[in-house]
Design a protein. Structure first.
Length: 192
């Protein structure tokens, strides 16, 4: 097993220009998912697979379905799974929500990318998730978070949003300065 706990350093992942959920944000996402070893997890919009990898390591007796419409992203998920020695990830190429309908019921769902299909994806997720289940969504846009909040309000599903503001240190001559990263919004909802 890889020597790191939750929050694997970003530089250890194989990357291209495919989006990746960064280390500190992943740690919050994993905490919000409240994972158990035997859980089945969907990672929708898996990107490089950083959340899939972290989730698969925690859910060592379960399965993680990494879903993405980008074949390059799924190639990276597979490569990163090899790097980190996880074998319980199944990749699925296709557009959500269409590809979700035939998957096994999940205990937990993470939505890292949804394109313009977020409302339809959320409907399928709520219909398919085991009860009680947790759905976590991350976004850099207020629009996606607003749409998600409205959806969960209408469904009378409790939710919360946290805004993660991160700054990383950078040497500036003999001094150290902090460089702000984009804020990330993480919504979590408990489906009963």
């Amino acid at each position: 097993m890889w020597e790191y706990g939750v929050g694997i350093p970003d530089e250890l992942f194989i990357r291209t220009d495919v989006p990746m959920t960064k280390q500190e944000v992943r740690a919050v996402i994993i905490s919000k998912l409240r994972l158990k070893k035997s859980h089945t997890v969907w990672d929708i919009g898996a990107g490089t697979g950083s959340v899939s990898i972290e989730t698969a390591r925690v859910c060592s007796q379960g399965e993680v379905y990494s879903i993405d419409s980008n074949e390059e992203a799924l190639r990276l998920v597979k490569e990163n799974a090899k790097v980190f020695g996880v074998s319980n990830i199944k990749t699925l190429h296709g557009q959500a929500p269409l590809v979700l309908k035939d998957l096994p019921k999940p205990d937990r769902i993470f939505i890292g990318g949804s394109g313009e299909e977020l409302a339809d994806i959320l409907k399928v997720c709520v219909d398919k998730i085991e009860s009680p289940g947790v759905i976590v969504l991350s976004s850099i846009t207020l629009d996606s978070i607003y749409l998600s909040q409205q959806f969960f309000k209408e469904q009378r599903i409790p939710w919360e949003v946290v805004c993660i503001n991160i700054a990383r240190s950078k040497q500036a001559g003999a001094k150290t300065m902090m460089i702000a990263q984009n804020p990330i919004y993480v919504l979590s909802a408990e489906v009963k």
